[in-house]
Design a protein around this ligand. Structure first.
Ligand SMILES: Cc1ncc(COP(=O)(O)O)c(C=O)c1O
Length: 446
């Protein structure tokens, strides 16, 4: 717990009062509306500060882009230098920065022969699906339950849907589409097919019965914590897509760069046809990317207008975001072993420490982790899919635990099952301090 101070959040509350008058719900991205409702002022390294000056060790990392930590000095210097050099948006032709960035992605991500650049991850997944539809001439899309691939109509569904709405586990089979938003056309919903992660028979079932253009998924499911692909699952999807002429899209917006410079695909040894990148690619600056097989990607420039796939966007590959991404990737590439070793080391300390605390307090829980991404589930085994979590995880305890941690100065996003993200800026002392506070929180909760 914070010692010697009371935790005041009065300034945050005042700002939310003002915000709600002019911004519907008081937030500009619906998933930012959580309790406690805090307004943040600044961040540096592994730490963030709210408007009242309270300091937190940050494991939210703005939904995980901060692989190098807040305000990484090298990334910040690159952006400042770019501004000083007079780097502004040109909106005509190309720029040296976008070409350099695309070259770096092609060099490091194994399945990528060509790249396109966007402003956000959602735009990247949107374009990947449009490309897959243009290539296959099919409209259907297969998504996985518990995965998040952006806010657009095709994919904004079935992330943490209550079982009452989707029913018990079926395999092989598919689940009803449950959009996360009003206003998604029924015609779009008919083209979306939902199966569980790690359920190959269900993917096979759907691909045999529907005209599916693309299978899109996070190769490690990280929007409901951390769920690993079971052995054979990603290869199985690869074979299935090859057999049915379906485009396999790995959404590596969370996993790319965080787990390896070459993305999770380089660790799994499975090559998607397309992948989408974002978040850690620019360490907190707004950038997304689509990459993949040249024959598919070249549809973005097909000489036949009837086959050509539109990509457009005033802010695509904004030069400042490109400068940030180049600096991020060059830093990762130049110090690969050291940086990924550090991330794995802190991740392991966190995992082992949390396990010991759970055991010491006799709390039923498990820690799932991939490198620097981790999640504590209040259930007795690592989950294999969303149904597993929905059936066994103690959601109420999770939320109470997270809120208590926030009050104790450890910022875990106060929503059940949200992944924790460790950065290069997190030191062994940060992890030790976090574990100490976690121990106190769990002791009090027990
Ligand atoms: C796996 C994944 N795909 C896509 C997105 C959408 O990216 P953005 O929020 O940049 O639009 C997210 C965002 O959380 C994500 O985690």
């Amino acid at each position: 717990m914070r010692t010697g101070t009371t935790w005041s959040t009065a300034r945050s509350s005042d700002l939310f009062t003002r915000s709600r008058r002019v911004i519907p719900g008081g937030v500009v991205s619906l998933n930012r509306a959580v309790e406690p409702a805090l307004a943040f002022a600044r961040g540096r390294g592994s730490r963030i500060w709210d408007l009242d000056g309270n300091e937190y060790v940050d494991y939210h990392g703005a939904f995980s882009p901060y692989l190098l930590g807040h305000r990484d000095p090298d990334v910040e210097a690159a952006v400042r230098a770019a501004l000083d050099d007079g780097l502004t948006l040109m909106g005509s032709g190309t720029t040296p920065w976008e070409v350099r960035l695309a070259e770096l992605i092609v060099e490091h991500v194994p399945g990528v022969e060509r790249v396109q650049l966007t402003t956000s991850g959602s735009e990247a997944t949107f374009h990947a699906l449009r490309l897959a539809r243009a290539h296959t001439g099919r409209d259907g899309v297969l998504v996985v339950q518990g995965g998040y691939n952006g806010w657009h109509n095709d994919v904004a569904c079935n992330v943490m849907t209550p079982l009452a709405e989707i029913g018990p586990r079926v395999s092989p089979g598919e689940y009803p589409v449950r959009p996360m938003s009003a206003g998604v056309p029924r015609s779009v919903q008919r083209e979306v097919h939902v199966v569980n992660f790690n359920d190959l028979p269900s993917a096979e079932h759907v691909l045999a019965r529907r005209d599916i253009a693309a299978v899109i998924l996070e190769p490690v499911l990280q929007n409901v914590g951390v769920i690993h692909p079971q052995p054979g699952y990603l290869d199985g999807l690869r074979r299935l897509c090859d057999r049915t002429g379906t485009v396999l899209v790995f959404d590596e917006i969370k996993t790319g760069f965080r787990h390896a410079l070459g993305g999770y695909q380089s660790l799994a040894g499975v090559r998607p046809d397309l992948c989408t990148l974002g978040k850690a690619i620019a360490n907190g600056h707004p950038l997304g990317a689509i990459g993949g097989r040249a024959d598919l990607m070249d549809l973005f420039a097909d000489p036949d207008p009837a086959r050509r796939v539109l990509i457009a966007g005033t802010y695509n590959a904004h030069p400042l975001a490109c400068a940030a991404a180049i600096a991020t990737i060059e830093k990762l590439a130049g110090r690969q072993e050291e940086i990924y070793g550090h991330l794995e080391g802190r991740g392991r300390e966190m995992e082992e420490g949390l396990r010991q605390i759970l055991a010491a307090h006799g709390v039923c829980g498990t820690v799932a982790r991939q490198g620097s991404a981790f999640c504590l589930y209040f259930m007795d085994h690592a989950p294999r899919d969303w149904h597993d979590i929905a059936e066994h995880h103690d959601f109420a305890l999770d939320l109470t635990y997270r809120r208590a941690l926030v009050a104790a100065g450890v910022y875990h996003f106060p929503q059940a099952c949200k992944q924790g993200s460790i950065s290069l800026a997190h030191s062994p002392a940060d992890v030790a301090e976090t574990l100490e506070r976690t121990d106190a929180v769990l002791r009090a909760l027990r």
